[in-house]
Ligand binder design. Sequence first.
Ligand SMILES: Nc1ncnc2c1ncn2[C@@H]1O[C@H](COP(=O)(O)OP(=O)(O)OP(=O)(O)O)[C@@H](O)[C@H]1O
Length: 282
Amino acid sequence: MSRLALRLSGVSARLGDREVLRDVDLEVPVGARLGVVGVNGAGKSTLLRVLAGALCPSEGTAYLADESGELRDLHRTSARDRARRLAFVPQEELVSAELLVGEMVALGRVPRTRPWSRGGSDERAIVVASLEAVGLADRIDDPCDQLSGGEKRRAVLARGLAQQCPLMLLDEPTNHLDVAWQQRLLHTVAREAQTLVVTIHDLDLALRSFDQVAVVGWPEGRDRATSPATLVAVGRPSDVLGAARIEEQFAVGSVQVAHPHLEQSHLLIHHLPEPHLREDTP
Ligand SMILES: Nc1ncnc2c1ncn2[C@@H]1O[C@H](COP(=O)(O)OP(=O)(O)OP(=O)(O)O)[C@@H](O)[C@H]1O
């Protein structure tokens, strides 16, 4: 059996007085590139926050592999140890206008450095390399508030890269990015992280960019307004993102087609009329 980087066992999660996720089991092997998809509000960010140790499960246990590969209760691991094992980049983050871009990215080094080693030439080289990976090395001395929305997103991701963790958890990293940077960024993090978990809305990118996809949603027939979501599928992207499941979870039509020149499949999405307006509805 392959070694695991993360495991969720019977996990439920609450936000305020609401149970958002129930009974989630998930195994993330070392080396996996896992994309997490689901409709707005399904609970993808909540799932990622549990995996990052930012939210305690209300039931069940989240496990994180330590350096020897042994799985340990994630929420009993110290914040510093967690930050050396995993880099978590949340969905939206206010970047302090007071900081220069290089200073903000250097915050990713805090779990790895002692106060007196900060600012050394090795540390600066890591910050520069992280900014180069996201195409922002020339902005290192600019104030953060002079970055555009997409550039801020890339700078925050550079901070995650600077953490140099074997595991990266990224919540919608492609938000605000142009089409070229969406592809480049996913390529970069897949290269840099040993194990990667990414939430993403673009199902076509999910099909092409990961070796596993997990769908957060509701089993067929479950009332979405009143019941917590769960993991409805995990597996190979082409299997998980079949037309029937996409229609069930996202209420759109879809078809996987082969690219005419490249050895890859793409997902074409189309609108479906509301069920009661369809001609085949009895
Ligand atoms: N503080 C809170 N108290 C109660 N419910 C909350 C709270 N914060 C978020 N929620 C609800 O929890 C559910 C899951 O939210 P979450 O952000 O995990 O979804 P998501 O799948 O990441 O959504 P999106 O695709 O829109 O980013 C949503 O229905 C949201 O309205």
